[in-house]
Unconditional design. Structure first.
Length: 138
């Protein structure tokens, strides 16, 4: 990590109150005293908007990959350049499909616009786009 970069605390969502299905009041009370992590905030924002559980899990995994790709720098310290670098990495190095790349972008846009409530900057497609799939159905 570079000087001045703030590491992000990553928390497992199974530690959230009610995530396991148990309504234990002592656990909920103790969780209120702990600081929220970015993952928790993202999870709660998605759940409060009634996103499907699988979508929440998928967005969480994309957020974790994005954070690890940038050595756990906080997204508030990053913007469109880092998002573009991550999306380019997915297309070039990971060779993901265009729809997978779009899904990662959607997860990051949700984080920036709905959770952090900041404009991520200019995402005009200046990142490397994933090529067409080698598997055609038609």
């Amino acid at each position: 990590m570079g000087m001045g970069s703030t590491p992000v605390r990553i928390t497992n969502k199974s530690a959230y109150p009610g995530a396991s299905g148990n309504a234990d009041d002592s656990t909920a009370a103790s969780m209120d005293k702990q600081p929220h992590s970015l993952i928790t905030d993202d999870w709660e924002a998605l759940a409060s908007r009634h996103y499907a559980r699988r979508t929440i899990g998928t967005y969480e995994r994309w957020l974790r990959r994005f954070l690890r790709f940038h050595q756990l720098r906080h997204p508030r310290e990053m913007g469109s350049l880092e998002i573009n670098a991550f999306l380019t990495h997915l297309a070039v190095n990971e060779q993901v499909s265009a729809s997978t790349q779009n899904q990662a972008l959607a997860a990051l846009l949700f984080l920036y616009k709905r959770v952090l409530e900041i404009d991520p900057g200019n995402l005009d497609g200046s990142y490397e786009r994933a090529g067409p799939s080698a598997y055609r159905l038609c």
